[in-house]
Design a protein around this ligand. Structure first.
Ligand code: FES
Length: 163
């Protein structure tokens, strides 16, 4: 079983940078999510055990931040900011557009499992509002044309990956 050992080693290496293991929970969750895809209760317990911290501390952080997924999400998780700056720059209309073209409501996942769409709090990139985070990337100055282009690019990337 390589994956669990990889995850443990990576978490232990990350945790070694912190004097207090509680401070290592967020990087550990990030690693666990990269390895396992979704932070199930079992994965959260494993993270807590590796760090030797209270399980409730791990659970609290995993469920508080939109960065972490405790439920399965699509291959591309479209996280559209709907905080003040983005709202003033048209995020509401973009959300409606995305819901319509994807055929899902906020928080939903397309039937093909390709896209999950969620609205999130400020992404800290207000200067390029409206902003959407997909994976580790930020996409800013969005309008409906740019959203459509991005969705097409993600679909193409998925198809290319299938070849
Ligand atoms: S309000 Fe959207 S990035 Fe700050």
């Amino acid at each position: 079983m390589n994956a669990p050992m990889d995850m443990r080693l990576r978490i232990e290496a990350a945790a070694a940078r912190y004097p207090d293991q509680r401070s290592a929970i967020m990087p550990a969750l990030y690693i666990a999510q990269k390895e396992r895809g979704v932070l199930t209760g079992e994965v959260l317990e494993e993270v807590a055990d590796i760090l030797g911290v209270e399980r409730i501390w791990v659970y609290e952080l995993a469920t508080f931040y939109t960065l972490y997924h405790t439920e399965p999400v699509g291959r591309f998780h479209l996280q559209l900011c709907n905080n003040l700056s983005c709202m003033l720059c048209g995020a509401e209309a973009l959300q409606a557009h995305m819901e319509q073209v994807l055929g899902i409501a906020n928080g939903g996942t397309t039937e093909d499992g390709l896209f999950t769409m969620s609205t999130v709090e400020c992404l800290g990139a207000c200067e390029m509002a409206p902003v959407m985070q997909v994976g580790d990337d930020y996409h800013g100055n969005l309008d409906t044309v740019r959203i459509d282009d991005l969705l097409a690019a993600f679909r193409n990337a998925e198809r290319a990956g299938d070849d």
